[in-house]
Design a protein around this ligand. Structure first.
Ligand code: SF4
Ligand code: SF4
Length: 275
């Protein structure tokens, strides 16, 4: 089973929930950290025996001795990554989606492709959990190839938990797509509610069953649960807003390790998702 953990809003505690779920299931679990711009599951998991591999994309390189500056490559590039000047072809690597279109359409066969590193994967283990972390290099714009590289490591013999990027744009969609269930995480604030409503719309459009964890739960903010009732989003777990939990989080410790009473709550959560 593949469970993605997503939140419309950053800072809701999505990673705390993903890692606590992984720790509670305890064995034969794979945690895929697809929040590649700011991956932090490793802080809670503390994996050992780490192995690293690079993630690269193919980008075009022009042999100007063959080029006649016809401009065809610039015309076909949907992403405006190639500019053909009078006697020069400029390529903006950071914008390139590595689609290969320019290579295909160059009438002079003047374009070849070259590998360009944009990030890396780190794999490590701890207590029955295999953590795969995607890390996008600083200043790179293309998160999707790194997310795809992480997801290519999916081991279907394990329970897979995906820690997605926050928000509702392409990286979030790429992370949650293909999972069996999406666990949304929010907090009891108007901002949390607004961003949750956007994330739930995306999840519905993708066609995934979904449930909600309310972190930093405050019973005084009733609008959140009213919304859930109205749209039919089941609330599976509430974690109260408590200083001792915030302190554990800020020290990079795991909730279920410090407060074992939460383990049974997360196992119950997992069973409800499975059903
Ligand atoms: S399409 Fe080929 S020949 Fe034409 S400008 Fe681009 S690289 Fe040069
Ligand atoms: S590979 Fe695709 S995105 Fe990259 S420069 Fe060529 S046409 Fe544009």
């Amino acid at each position: 089973m593949i469970i993605s953990v997503a939140s419309g809003k950053g800072g809701t505690g999505k990673t705390l929930i993903a890692t606590s779920l992984a720790f509670s299931i305890g064995e034969n679990v794979q945690l895929l950290d697809c929040d590649v711009e700011e991956p932090n599951s490793h802080i809670f998991i503390k994996p050992q025996n780490k192995k690293t591999e690079t993630v690269a994309v193919m980008v075009p390189r022009v042999d100007e001795s063959l080029c006649d500056y016809c401009g065809k490559c610039s015309e076909v590039c949907e992403f405006n990554c190639i500019v053909v000047a009078k006697q020069k072809v400029l390529i903006f690597d950071n914008l390139c989606h590595a689609c290969g279109g320019c290579v295909l359409f160059c009438p002079k066969k003047a374009i070849r492709e070259e590998k360009r590193e944009i990030g890396k994967l780190e794999t490590g283990d701890r207590d029955g959990i295999r953590l795969v972390t995607g890390i996008l290099n600083v200043s790179e714009a293309m998160a999707i190839p790194v997310i795809s590289a992480v997801k290519n490591k999916t081991d279907k013999n394990k329970t897979v938990i995906i820690d997605s990027s926050p928000g509702t744009s392409c990286p979030m969609v790429a992370a949650v797509k293909g999972s069996d269930y999406c666990l949304l995480v929010t907090e009891s604030t108007p901002f949390g509610l607004y961003d949750l409503s956007l994330a739930f719309e995306v999840v519905k459009k993708i066609g995934l069953p979904a449930g909600l964890v309310i972190n930093k739960y405050d019973s005084g903010f009733g609008e959140l649960e009213e919304y859930c009732k109205k749209v039919g989003l089941p609330v599976l777990l509430k974690i109260p807003e408590e200083r001792k939990i915030a302190e554990v989080y800020s020290r990079g410790e795991n909730l279920v390790e410090v407060f074992p009473e939460y383990k049974s709550k997360f196992i119950e959560l997992f069973e409800r998702i499975r059903k």
